[in-house]
Design a protein around this ligand. Structure first.
Ligand SMILES: O=C(O)CCC(=O)C(=O)O
Ligand SMILES: [Fe+2]
Length: 451
């Protein structure tokens, strides 16, 4: 058994809830709810802003149980997808004696996807996650049942449950942390075989740290090309991220969120020189003397900047910050803060090696697109981020990609000397589609392009 389902009737009065992405919890409206004599829960909204997210406090509880509410159905059985997860406390007769002091501060936090009309009536099904997500707190003689209660609407609720992606869109992992979630929701628990055993994780002095203060020094070019030659999940990541695609400044100004648009553009511009220098040196190692317009389109026709936020994780052993993958970019230029947690897999030994944060350094990853273009001379690197149990972590990668409409394959300069192509010419959009349909899957995506 995975869940016990509890059912509450509730009436929403004078509130309209809408749906909006990425609103911090602190900006959400408060809805107060109280049990009445018939055990219905009445939600009273403080305002009727159709665009706001809902935050639900349940007052006057008498017992406690850890729970997750993820579905809201109206009386006609129509599913109103409420993205609600959280820890809340409420009374349940099965749980034994009520404590003397009623708990007042339980919270379900919810983002309602479908608009809810004022005075619309709902039944809320509360899913209580069970092992392996975490056992609810037990009190007295209460043992959770082995099978769903016959009248609990368990199956209906399961059908109406959100899919995993929806849960991310709502509050994100930070939202889960803010409400103090303890047992990891099941979507975040990595299968045993995919967890990175700490026993095979080591630190390694051979990770190339290249001092590029003098770009004209031939040693720098040599070190960068050598490093590129040698270094190379399906559950949810314990990470929130914002991903901004840059096609032109004008487009970015129109579409990027105002809260970070200027900073993102400034950082992207600031990195332009270093990106071009690295690409020039890498191309030099492939016999490409000049990066003309066509090659530039292939190497960096599309840029993407991500803002990754890895909240500290209540059960880091079970989860992963980002599962094992190689980037599909040509190169990725990654800025990480001083927390650490990025690991790369050493190809020769399959051992995971920590990339320690170095003040003032950028991590440069070779991506699959460059592996293909270089006909395997440069190898994309498998990497992952391990969740941190005590600190939040931030990283900002810039991915340089070919345009979706570009056809990529081994560069003609690479094949000039009669070398046999290992990869076919493929539409980059096809490659990215395969990658995103598979999820984090180590380096397997690159096989798709092999002849
Ligand atoms: O956060 C990091 O250090 C790495 C992130 C990453 O691998 C990615 O976003 O592709
Ligand atoms: Fe990555």
């Amino acid at each position: 058994m995975k869940h016990i389902t509890y059912q509450y009737d509730l009436v929403l009065s004078n509130v309209g809830l809408g749906y909006q992405n990425m609103i911090p919890l602190s900006q959400q409206d408060e809805l107060m709810a109280t049990h009445d004599d018939e055990t219905a829960i009445h939600f009273r909204g403080t305002q009727a802003d159709q665009e706001s997210l809902g935050r639900i406090s349940i007052a006057e509880q008498k017992g406690q149980l850890l729970g997750m509410c993820s579905t809201i159905l109206n009386r006609d059985g129509e599913s109103k997808k409420i993205m609600a997860h959280g820890m809340f406390k409420y009374f349940d007769p099965l749980m034994g004696d009520a404590p003397e002091e009623p708990a007042k501060s339980g919270i379900i936090s919810g983002a309602v996807v479908n608009k809810i009309e004022a005075v619309e009536k709902f039944t809320v099904y509360v899913l209580v996650p069970m092992w392996p997500e975490g056992l609810p707190e037990r009190r007295g003689d209460y043992e959770p049942a082995e099978t769903p209660e016959p009248n609990s609407n368990y199956h209906k609720t399961q059908e109406a449950r959100l899919d995993d992606e929806d849960i991310i869109i709502g509050h994100g992992v930070k939202g889960l942390c803010d409400i103090g979630i303890q047992p990891l929701p099941k979507q975040y628990i990595q299968p045993l075989e995919e967890r990175i055993a700490t026993s095979i994780v080591i630190t390694d002095d051979s990770i190339p740290l290249i001092d590029a203060s003098n770009w004209d020094d031939p040693k720098v070019a040599d070190q960068i090309c050598k490093a590129a030659q040698n270094w190379a999940g399906k559950t949810l990541s314990w990470r929130d991220y914002l991903s901004l695609v840059h096609i032109s400044d004008d487009e970015a100004i129109s579409f990027w969120p105002t809260s970070c648009r200027e900073e993102a553009l400034e950082y992207l511009k600031g990195c332009d020189t270093v990106i071009r220098k690295i690409l020039k040196l890498l191309m030099g190692g492939l016999n490409v003397k000049e990066i003309d317009e066509e090659t530039e389109e292939l190497l960096m026709g599309l840029k993407r900047i991500n803002f990754n936020y890895y909240p500290k994780c209540p059960n880091r052993e079970l989860s992963i910050g980002v599962g094992c993958h190689s980037d599909i970019s040509t190169i990725t230029v990654l800025l990480q803060d001083d927390i650490g947690g990025l690991y790369v897999k050493k190809r020769e030994t399959n051992v995971w090696i920590h990339i320690p944060p170095v003040n003032g350094a950028l991590v440069i990853n070779i991506g699959d697109a460059l592996q293909i273009m270089s006909n395997d001379k440069y190898k994309s690197v498998e990497h992952c981020v391990i969740a941190n149990g005590s600190k939040n972590r931030v990283s900002v990668p810039i991915f340089l990609h070919p345009k979706a409409t570009s056809v990529i394959g081994p560069l003609k300069e690479v094949l000039q000397n009669g070398e046999k192509p290992i990869y076919k010419q493929i539409l980059y959009a096809d490659y990215t589609n395969i990658f995103f349909s598979k999820g984090n899957d180590g380096k397997d995506t690159v096989k798709f392009a092999k002849i």
